[in-house]
Write a protein of this length. Structure first.
Lengths: 347, 309
């Protein structure tokens, strides 16, 4: 008993948190991320990696259904949190930590859950989580060819005219560096997108407009997301610190933004890695990161920077023919300017 | 040339492998803690905390997973590292002393292809599968340069025996007169241990790719195994490029340990500063730039070896 008690207390010092952001909860999400940094917890890479599910903001019914589905797949010991605009994040995290550290708390639940592999039939229709382990749940009418309720992959010609299995992968809404409440359903040949369909969960919910400092923070947050997805963690952490300063109404000196910009400009490998990825409104993705930091400076200076909105419905055309890595990078770079409208489109 | 060590020595060698892997992981976490604005020392304990966390976490299955292959792959990563380290001479002796030790090390790094691919294939998940694809694409890029890179010390020493290669470096390490081969070798080590910047197969943009569906002990075995593979690769670099156990004052085994630790930490810290290399770009770099350079390096080494004879 002594040993498992000790293990539980040590384990609770580095829990991994799966953050689900509802539309309009940007500020609360940033507050949560800062608290995670402060206590030494980190964001979970996937559902399998998570100990804590943190729902930020107020999810509508469709997003809630997806969140419940994700929760059903998280291994014990696990804790679920709801973080809103008025929540004391520090207290919420401390409480979650205390719960995780209890031997008889969340782990006792394991005995009551016989199995937690949800079968394909249990899924809500509008699930959009990335890794629940099933492939190709495209059409449900292939009864005989569906081991464990999952239809087999069907072949299709890829861009080189080769027959490839076609896989279906929904991106979002339980996904980091991704627009809140948006699901992009991809048809993949290998890791190349053959087609996509975009949906906005809980369409019709309204989101308040940003003031200048929030706008600047959002732009820097997008730049940090691109850097994280590209694997440059140190630079991403610096960018996030500048983002936090914007929200604290601390003055961010233009010189600091300029220093970040030139540091990224000097990074040859980063430029090699990001160049050649097309992004609307910039030469390429490398240029887009510079533009994001630029615009943050403009927003902080109080000069009204009219966001050049890109319709969400343009996404499917944008991502077709791209690789998955490029899709993630490009969407993260476009985050502050994605105009989320209500109707669905196909490409 | 020399006899193998008694099997009793397997215990301290495994402990040393574990310790070096823990320190390397701790150094990586310390760097990360500092970047995130916490004192670096808080990061040193993170690998132990993560171990406790994953030991308590319930392992996970997915629908229609290929459980046999998936579990075999996740349990195979650490043994792979152990089998490499067993052939590395610690001073004058290795756990297994073999006249073709170099070929053995090379053969095992190819087994890593199978293991990493099965990790992606096993869980029947799209993200895992794509992680596997990405790893194989990276492996195509690094493997040939890696094979030609380890040819250089073999040519220079005129032997495939790791102990003989180590003792042929009296005076000047092969890292000094075959630097391109050494760099290509280090690149390959980062590749088969799936560490930054060669970690696209386990990339954050893929929810962890080959790691995406792993939880609990399975995840622990793979995460620890990746560090162990990095350490094993560094340990093999010591007789190949870094003069083996040669060094002042300390006994040979001690120098092997110190050099292994330094190279592991340097590779981890250096890799963090480079963004994840994209597999599609890497193949071109590997075959058009690195491969000819390494072959040219082999040519130079061959000419020098013939002249000195």
């Amino acid at each position: 008993m002594g040993l498992s008690d000790l293990l539980a207390r040590v384990a609770a010092t580095c829990a991994h948190v799966l953050v689900v952001e509802a539309p309009g909860a940007f500020g609360a999400r940033v507050a949560l991320e800062r608290e995670l940094d402060r206590v030494g917890w980190c964001a979970a890479a996937s559902i399998a990696d998570a100990d804590v599910l943190a729902v930020v903001g107020e999810p509508g019914p469709e997003l809630s259904a997806v969140v419940d589905h994700a929760w059903a797949q998280i291994s014990e010991p696990r804790v679920r949190l709801a973080v809103g605009a008025g929540t004391d994040v520090a207290a919420a995290i401390a409480a979650a930590r205390a719960e995780l550290a209890q031997v008889d708390g969340p782990r006792a639940e394991a005995a009551s859950r016989a199995r937690f592999t949800p079968s394909a039939q249990d899924e809500p229709m509008d699930h959009g989580d990335m890794d629940h382990g099933d492939m190709d749940h495209g059409d449900k009418d292939h009864g005989s060819m569906s081991p464990d309720g999952i239809p087999l992959a069907e072949g299709a010609q890829d861009r080189d005219g080769l027959e490839m299995d076609e896989l279906h992968l929904p991106l979002g809404p339980v996904l980091q560096h991704w627009p809140a409440g948006v699901v992009l359903r991809l048809r993949l040949h290998g890791d190349v997108v053959a087609g996509a369909e975009v949906t906005r969960l809980d369409a019709g919910s309204s989101v308040p407009a940003d003031d200048d400092s929030t706008r600047a923070a959002r732009l820097l947050d997008a730049a940090a997301s691109v850097l994280m997805l590209a694997g440059l963690l140190a630079e991403a952490a610096t960018t996030r610190r500048l983002r936090d300063q914007c929200l604290d109404a601390e003055s961010v000196r233009p010189a600091e933004l300029e220093r970040l910009r030139s540091r990224l400009r000097r990074h040859r490998v980063l430029r090699w890695s990001l160049s050649g990825l097309a992004v609307p409104g910039a030469r390429d993705l490398d240029d887009r990161v510079q533009v994001l930091i630029d615009q943050a400076g403009v927003a902080l200076a109080g000069e009204s920077s009219e966001p050049s909105l890109l319709d969400l419905n343009a996404l499917p055309d944008l991502v077709r023919g791209q690789e998955l890595a490029a899709v993630r990078l490009v969407v993260a770079a476009l985050l502050p300017d994605l105009h989320t409208s209500t109707e669905e489109v196909r490409a | 040339m020399t006899g193998s060590l008694s099997l009793l020595y397997a215990v301290p060698v495994m402990l040393a492998l574990g310790a070096v892997a823990l320190v390397t992981a701790g150094a990586s976490s310390a760097l990360e803690a500092r970047e995130r604005g916490r004192p670096a020392r808080t990061g040193l304990a993170v690998p132990l905390q993560e171990t406790a966390r994953l030991l308590l976490q319930r392992p996970r299955r997915t629908v229609s997973a290929d459980r046999l292959l998936w579990r075999s792959a996740s349990s195979a990563v650490i043994p792979l590292a152990v089998l490499i380290v067993a052939f590395v001479p610690l001073g004058s002796h290795a756990l297994v002393d073999n006249p073709v030790g170099l070929v053995w090390v090379n053969a095992l790094d190819v087994v890593a292809w199978g293991v990493m691919w099965l990790l992606g294939w096993g869980p029947n998940s799209v993200t895992g599968l794509i992680g596997g694809y990405r790893f194989l694409a990276m492996a195509l890029a690094y493997e040939l340069p890696l094979m030609f890179a380890i040819t250089a010390p073999a040519i220079a020493a005129g032997s495939l025996d790791l102990a003989e290669i180590a003792s042929a470096q009296e005076g000047l390490w092969f890292a000094a007169w075959a630097p391109i081969a050494f760099a290509a070798y280090c690149w390959g080590v980062l590749g088969f241990s799936v560490r930054a910047p060669m970690d696209a197969g386990a990339g954050g943009d893929l929810n962890g790719g080959i790691l995406a569906e792993l939880a609990g002990v399975d995840r622990l075995l793979v995460l620890a195994g990746r560090y162990a593979l990095l350490v094993a690769g560094s340990a093999a670099a010591v007789p190949l490029f870094l003069g083996g156990g040669a060094g002042p004052l300390l006994p040979g085994w001690c120098w092997v340990l110190v050099k292994t630790l330094l190279l592991s930490v340097l590779l981890t810290a250096g890799g963090r500063r480079i963004p994840t290399l994209r597999p599609d770009r890497l193949l071109e770099l590997g075959w058009v730039v690195v491969l000819p350079l390494v072959v040219a390096q082999d040519l130079v080494v061959s000419i020098l070896a013939i002249q000195s004879n």
